[in-house]
Design a protein around this ligand. Structure first.
Ligand SMILES: Nc1nc2c(c(=O)[nH]1)N[C@H]1C(S)=C(S)[C@@H](COP(=O)(O)O)O[C@H]1N2
Ligand SMILES: [Mo]
Length: 503
């Protein structure tokens, strides 16, 4: 187990020193992700939320160390077979790297880890008195090994291994941003700016989410352990498939075009009821509609399969990308170039659809095709091929389990967010303890593509524990679905409620 910890830790360390993507934890993790069965993905997202990948890495580490322990246990009599098994499994990530066309520096972490692991194993078993003696009764028992020294050294090595993992992972993530690629853009001024948010457009309730989410606070969902480094100067977007004319556009060409600014809320289909996998930014980009018009899709096409640099795909209805909504090839997020985790140098944002069928990050290709012919990444894994956003709402205030003192006359403020991108929010209603639904005050509607804040003050709320519940209605008159339903194949439904107590 100690040797395996050293294997992972030292490999991690070598990988960060060499800025290599060959760290075994990363390679194994990235190999496993596409193969994880849907129910397990669902469970992992439910339990770990956006920490699902950290959970995966830790799981691989724990399972790996246990496998190492089993190898040692079952081969206590034969050091050589233990070493062969250890080396064989330890080199598996190296083989995976080679298969996927990795470079020499991607091979070194696994290789170095195996060598160091073997060294530690041999050293420690030697110190620990070697293998159990078998059937050599009559011989003198070996000199009593120094148990304390053994345990001390073993503990130290294990700790070093784990520290290597911790250091290597964070160091690797940090090192990536400085790999010499063009990772920041000087953005041109928009040809069409989003109007300023009028003063007073926000409801000032402490604890309520702001209308515009900061880039650092924006939720992140993708299938990658480490977001890719895409060189903006080498990037291009190719529009091909069922088109009359194939189009390719470089970043320099894209930045020359009249770019538009639009505020749009983005939601993940995996957002649980009341969850925070939703955010709003001011995006700078160029309408997909204009690029498609250059390529001229053929009449029988009905879908655009957007491809990412990392192999992810999303299926978006062609008509959604052709109508007048702000479906954009985005290069800027809240006045900055896209952060690497959010798709640098370019991504898609489409009002009205969940991210998994529209918001491809690190986008490189728009393939015009048909739903009958092609399936996207999550559709192959059980999610619906079309992902229109359902009207939803959430309570932010009071916090779960909060103890509040009621204001004069038992006044209690409940506040939160509601969204129905591209349809708009018509009304939000709140109730306490299954009382009558009461209409909440809404923040000004800036566009139908972003969420709205809401607040309502209840009077005469007595001391004790209470539950507040919220429901929203969209501008087509659709009331938020109250039946609890899990996130596959559409999106989780149900009304958000929150318990609090009044003192
Ligand atoms: N390349 C790539 N793009 C992707 C994904 C992905 O896994 N890979 N996930 C999608 C999903 S499911 C969502 S909800 C949004 C999230 O975008 P964000 O991470 O910028 O919030 O990105 C979408 N774009
Ligand atoms: Mo998502």
């Amino acid at each position: 187990m100690v040797a395996t910890a050293v294997y992972f830790g030292s490999a991690e360390f070598i990988a960060s020193a060499l800025r290599s993507s060959g760290a075994p934890l990363l390679v194994l993790g990235q190999t496993i992700i596409p193969a994880v069965p849907t129910p397990l993905i669902k469970a992992a997202i439910a339990v770990f939320g956006t920490h699902d990948k950290l959970a995966l890495v830790i799981t691989i580490l724990i399972v790996g160390v246990m496998v190492g322990g089993l190898i040692g246990w079952f081969n206590a009599d034969s050091q050589s077979s233990a070493l062969v098994l250890f080396a064989g499994l330890g080199l598996l990530p190296v083989v995976l790297v080679l298969i996927s066309g990795g470079s020499a520096t991607d091979v070194l972490p696994g290789l170095g880890g195996v060598i160091l692991g073997i060294g530690i194993y041999v050293g420690l078993t030697h110190l620990g008195g070697g293998r159990r003696s078998v059937g050599d009764a009559g011989e003198q028992p070996p000199a009593r090994p120094d148990r304390r020294l053994f345990l001390t050294l073993a503990g130290l090595c294990a700790a070093l291994g784990v520290a290597g993992v911790a250091l290597g992972r964070s160091a690797a993530v940090l090192a990536r941003s400085a790999a010499g690629a063009l990772t920041n853009l000087v953005l041109p001024a928009p040809a069409t700016s989003a109007p300023e948010v009028p003063a007073g457009a926000e409801l000032r309730v402490p604890g309520l989410a702001p209308l515009i989410t900061g880039n650092d606070d924006f939720y992140r969902i993708d299938t990658l352990l480490v977001p890719p480094v895409v060189d903006a100067s080498a990037w291009s977007l190719r529009i091909h498939g069922m088109v009359e004319r194939e189009v390719r556009i470089s970043m320099a060409e894209l930045l020359e075009l009249p770019l538009e600014e639009h505020r749009v809320s983005l939601t993940c289909v995996s957002n649980p009821v009341g969850g925070d996998l939703v955010g709003t930014a001011k995006w700078l980009g160029y309408p997909v509609r204009e690029l498609l018009a250059r390529a001229r899709p053929t009449a029988d096409a009905d879908m655009v399969l957007s491809h990412s640099d990392d192999g992810f795909t999303a299926s978006t209805p062609l008509e959604v990308l052709s109508d007048d909504r702000a479906a954009l090839v985005v290069v800027g997020m809240n006045d900055a170039s896209l952060p690497r985790e959010h798709g640098f140098p370019a991504r898609l944002v489409v009002p009205g659809l969940y991210g998994y069928v529209s918001a491809t990050k690190w986008v490189t290709e728009l393939e015009v095709t048909r739903f009958a012919d092609k399936q996207a990444y999550w559709t192959r894994r059980g999610w619906s091929s079309h992902g229109p956003v359902l009207v939803a709402s959430r309570i932010d205030v009071p916090r779960a389990g909060a103890r509040i003192s009621a204001g004069d006359g038992g006044g209690v403020v409940i506040a939160g967010m509601a969204w129905a991108q591209h349809t708009g929010i018509e009304k939000v209603e709140v109730r306490i303890d299954n009382g009558d639904w009461q209409s909440a005050q809404l923040s000004e509607e800036l566009t139908v593509d972003i969420w709205r804040q809401w607040r309502h003050e209840f009077a005469g709320v007595g001391p004790g524990t209470h539950t507040a519940t919220v429901r929203a209605t969209d501008r087509r008159g659709k009331v938020q679905i109250s039946a609890r339903r899990p996130a596959i194949p559409g999106s989780a439904t149900g009304l958000h409620d929150r318990q609090f107590s009044v003192e």
